[in-house]
Every structure is written in structure tokens, then in C-alpha cells.
Design a protein around this ligand. Structure first.
Ligand code: FAD
Length: 410
């Protein structure tokens, strides 16, 4: 056991999207903060990839942190087997680079957190944790060289991803109701000149990607990202890499892209969305994937990770007592994130049940609406557009719910 105990206002465990955002916000709010990360450097835990997220609510945080993103776009193309729809939306896609690149989200934010006075400790895992009736008491942090230090923080933000050690060691009685488990595989490419820049392509195909989707976009000069995501309950005997390859070989846009472009790297991984009965225990707050805060329809989690990391740190900085911080944080999740997750879970049931005929008919229907009315206004406020509303309800009872959820993301 280490002989001395170091005191902190806040220990953040995990330097991913949630942890770096939390550490920066906390350090800038004057909290004595330690950010402990198991990997040897920022972003090393994840293969280089581009995450797409909607900028609707997040742009304020992005502006405040000063982080540079890889651009944004408000054009998308939705494709079924036989039809396509072009959509220009008021909601932009924001492209966020992940991984160990010096411009990745984690690299930029951890440097900013350091500049703001946060202590960073890489190659550091959370070891034995001491819990009492009052919550988190202390923990031993173990470095790769075997050295140990004992820390005693006032608060802990768990940002250690889907296999969260904080969740498993500090929340033994937490109720977790799994919503959707996802796997994804994709590729980063350069010289992607065969596709238009700034258009997010989203493909739906119930045979080639059951319950899933494929996205493709070109960002910054000629770089591109292409990825497939599927819910695990639809995988069958194959791996997600199999579905990814199969799709890239069967669709003409992708066949051409992969023939001409240069591969930078492949990436793959998984996560799951779940409903927790709460996202805190006394002085410990769960954020990002550690809090299962992902969209149950698409598996998108970056937006949720950035928001929850920011709100957790803001609640700790603002509150005068620990219960107050936890309450502030949980209320923010309940008002701004959890309703969207519930909607995503209902939309997931709709996507699971759709066939290629359904997708074709939906895209035809959306083209039909956009020839008569403003499609975006209809999706935002269907009640004011009774004719397309009735038409959509008569197709598939949950079509509209699914479309409205997709529209906010793509
Ligand atoms: C293939 C794939 C594609 C995806 N695409 C998108 C997308 O396009 N858009 C989108 O919004 N989302 C996407 N996601 C989901 C998104 O990547 C995650 O939701 C997001 O990264 C969660 O961020 P986080 O900070 O909570 O966790 P993570 O990014 O997983 O960070 C957790 C950190 O904690 C560290 N850690 C773990 N255990 C410990 C420990 N015991 N001690 C110290 N440190 C520890 C890890 O090393 C890591 O650095 C995708 C996911 C996958 C797998």
C-alpha cells in the first residue's frame, strides 16, 4: 500500500471523449483535477476513426472548449436498394477525429486540460477502490511500471468506457436494462475522389445489413470514412467485418471508392446502450459509454459522451454539496438526453422489423412529400402537415418515429 494519500477535488477515470471534456471543464472551473488513463497516451485506446455526430446542441460546448473538428456538413443522401433521397438540413453533421493523431479530439482536449492545470496520468489504471456509505473514499492507481499511488478525491467521474471498472466496482446494485448491443467496422481512406465532399451517405439494406446501416462521407480534402454498424441480435453466424466487406463489394458507389482510394486503416469495435435506474452513486457520476449513454437506434455515443462529461463536471463545479451535484447532473440527463434515448429505443424496434420493400417505399414517400411540401418542416412538425402525416401513418405505424429520429442524426 502507498504510504501517502493525495487529495483531489475530482478524479476523472478514462481520457476518451467524455473524460477529456470533463477534465477540461473541471480544470477551467478551478477544480483540482486528476485525469487517469490506462493507455499510454491520448486516443491510443481507439483505432483512428472519424465519428459523425449532429451539431444541434453540441456546438456551444465545442466552441467553449476551442477544439477543432474535421468540418461539418448539412447535406445527406439516404439510399435504399432502388431509391435515394437528397436532404439539406438545418442540423449539420459534425466530424470528430478520434485516435492517437495529434488533432484527435482526445489529443487536443487533454492538452487543453493540462494547460488549464489538470494533472494527467497516462499508463495508469484504477486498482483497488475503497467505498463507504458515503460513496467513493479512495483508490489505488497503478502505473504500468508497477508503481502505486493512493488518491482521495471529493468526486469521481467515471469515463472509462463500456467495460467501466468504476461501474462494476462501485455500483453493485445498479439496475441495467439493456437496449441495444452494437458492433461496427469501418475504414479510413484517402484520395477518395469518387464521392462528393460533405455529403453523408446512409445506406439501408435489410438483407446485407439486417437491422443496421452503412455510412460514408468525405471530409477534409479527399479523406473519407466508410463504416457498417449492426445490432448484435441481428448478426447471425457472421462477424461485422464480414458484413462491412460484403456491403463494400456489392454497392457500386462503394466498389468504385474502394478501387480508387487508398486505405489508411480499418477500425472495429462494439458498445451497448442501456437504461440505468440512475447515473450516480453519492459522489460518483457515470458518463459516456460507462453510463451506457448511447443512441439505441444507431449506436452513436460521441454526442452523449461530450455532453455528459461536460454536465458532470459543471454540476460538481456548481454544487455546494455532493447530493446536489449528483441531483443536478441526473436532472440534466433526464431533461436533455434520456428522452432522445427512449425515442431511439422505440425507433430501433421499427428499424429491426423493416424489409427492403419498406425502405424503398419510405424513400419514395419522402421524395413524394418533398415534391409537395417542405420535408424538413414536415419531419419537425408533422401535426401541421395532416396529409403526409396520415400517409406516413398508414404505411408502417412507427415509420414517422423512425424518420424523425434519423433526420436529427443524418
Ligand atoms: C466502430 C465504431 C464506430 C463508431 N462510430 C460512431 C460515430 O460515427 N458517431 C458516434 O457518435 N459514435 C460512434 N461510436 C461510439 C463512440 O465511439 C463511443 O460512444 C464514444 O467513444 C464513447 O466515449 P467515452 O469517452 O464514453 O468512452 P471511450 O472513448 O471508450 O473512452 C474510455 C477511456 O477510458 C479508458 N479506460 C478504460 N478502463 C480504464 C481504467 N480501468 N483505468 C483508466 N482508464 C481506463 C480507455 O482506455 C479510454 O481511453 C462508434 C463506436 C464504434 C465501436
Amino acid at each position: 500500500m502507498p504510504e501517502t494519500t493525495e487529495k483531489y477535488d475530482l478524479l476523472v477515470v478514462g481520457a476518451g471523449a467524455a473524460g477529456c471534456t470533463a477534465a477540461l471543464k473541471a480544470a477551467r472551473s478551478g477544480l483540482k483535477t486528476l485525469l487517469a488513463e490506462r493507455a499510454p497516451g491520448p486516443g491510443v485506446h481507439v483505432q483512428p476513426k472519424l465519428d459523425i455526430t449532429q451539431d444541434e446542441n453540441i456546438k456551444k460546448i465545442i466552441k467553449e472548449t476551442g477544439v477543432k473538428t474535421r468540418g461539418r456538413s448539412n447535406k445527406s443522401m439516404w439510399l435504399s436498394r432502388s431509391h435515394s433521397l437528397q436532404l439539406t438540413s438545418r442540423i449539420h453533421d459534425l466530424f470528430i477525429l478520434r485516435g492517437k493523431h495529434p488533432d484527435s479530439y482526445e489529443s487536443q482536449l487533454s492538452q487543453k486540460a493540462l494547460d488549464a492545470g489538470c494533472e494527467l496520468s497516462f499508463n495508469t489504471s484504477l486498482g483497488v477502490v475503497q467505498i463507504s456509505r458515503d460513496g467513493f473514499e479512495s483508490a489505488v492507481l497503478i502505473s504500468e511500471d508497477g508503481s502505486r499511488r493512493m488518491v482521495k478525491p471529493e468526486f469521481v467521474i467515471a469515463a472509462d468506457g463500456i467495460s467501466s471498472h468504476v461501474l462494476s466496482s462501485c455500483f453493485p446494485h445498479l439496475q441495467e436494462k439493456r437496449q441495444t448491443e452494437f458492433v461496427g467496422a469501418g475504414a479510413m481512406l484517402e484520395n477518395a475522389t469518387t464521392i462528393h465532399g460533405g455529403v453523408t451517405h446512409v445506406f439501408f439494406d435489410s438483407k446485407l445489413l439486417p437491422g443496421g446501416y452503412f455510412y460514408l462521407c468525405r471530409f477534409k480534402k479527399n479523406n473519407a470514412v466508410a463504416a457498417a454498424a449492426l445490432p448484435v441480435h441481428k448478426l447471425g453466424a457472421h462477424s461485422v467485418e464480414h458484413y462491412f466487406k460484403q456491403f463494400t463489394q456489392s454497392h457500386p458507389i462503394l466498389r468504385q471508392l474502394f478501387k480508387k482510394a487508398t486505405l489508411i486503416n480499418y477500425f472495429a469495435g462494439g458498445s451497448h446502450a442501456a437504461r440505468l435506474d440512475k447515473h450516480y452513486h453519492k459522489n460518483i457520476l457515470l458518463t459516456g459509454d460507462a453510463g451506457r449513454l448511447l443512441d439505441p437506434l444507431l449506436g452513436y455515443g460521441v454526442n452523449h459522451a461530450i455532453h455528459s462529461g461536460y454536465w458532470a463536471a459543471a454540476a460538481i463545479a456548481e454544487a455546494s454539496a455532493e447530493e446536489e451535484a449528483a441531483g443536478l447532473y441526473e436532472r440534466k440527463l433526464a431533461s436533455d438526453l434520456l428522452p432522445g434515448m427512449r425515442e431511439g429505443a422505440r425507433a430501433r424496434k421499427a428499424l429491426d422489423s423493416m424489409t427492403n420493400n419498406d425502405f424503398d417505399s419510405i424513400i419514395r414517400f419522402l421524395n413524394h412529400v418533398s415534391s409537395k411540401a417542405d420535408l424538413e418542416k414536415f419531419l419537425e412538425d408533422p401535426i401541421s402537415h395532416p396529409i403526409p402525416l396520415l400517409e406516413s401513418l398508414s404505411r408502417h405505424p412507427t415509420t414517422l418515429l423512425l424518420l424523425r429520429h434519423l433526420y436529427k442524426v443524418f
